[in-house]
Design a protein. Structure first.
Length: 94
């Protein structure tokens, strides 16, 4: 994952005793969808929940109508949420 993120310009490695990884871009410029796309691709999130290759409004699967709004909301969240915004989310309550 770190290699994929580095190759796509999100992070860079620092050598030496105090080395590690640092953001190569401002955390406000890195969206979750970009990171996911670089690491594994967005097909899992944007595609058919049933795994069909040809699922669309014209050729829907059995869950297309029910899952469509959920998928749209999830993808919208991933496309609008930055790494910087994540630090402000209280994950303890979830």
């Amino acid at each position: 994952m770190m290699t994929d993120m580095s190759k796509n310009g999100f992070i860079r490695s620092m050598q030496g005793r105090d080395g590690g990884y640092v953001f190569a871009k401002n955390a406000n410029e890195i969206f979750l969808s970009d990171v996911i796309d670089a690491v594994e691709g967005m097909d899992y999130y944007t595609g058919c929940i049933m795994g069909h290759d040809q699922c669309s409004s014209e050729n829907p699967c059995s869950l297309h109508e029910a899952y469509g709004p959920i998928r749209d909301k999830l993808v919208g969240f991933l496309e609008s949420t930055t790494i910087a915004k994540l630090k402000n989310i209280d994950i303890v309550k979830y």
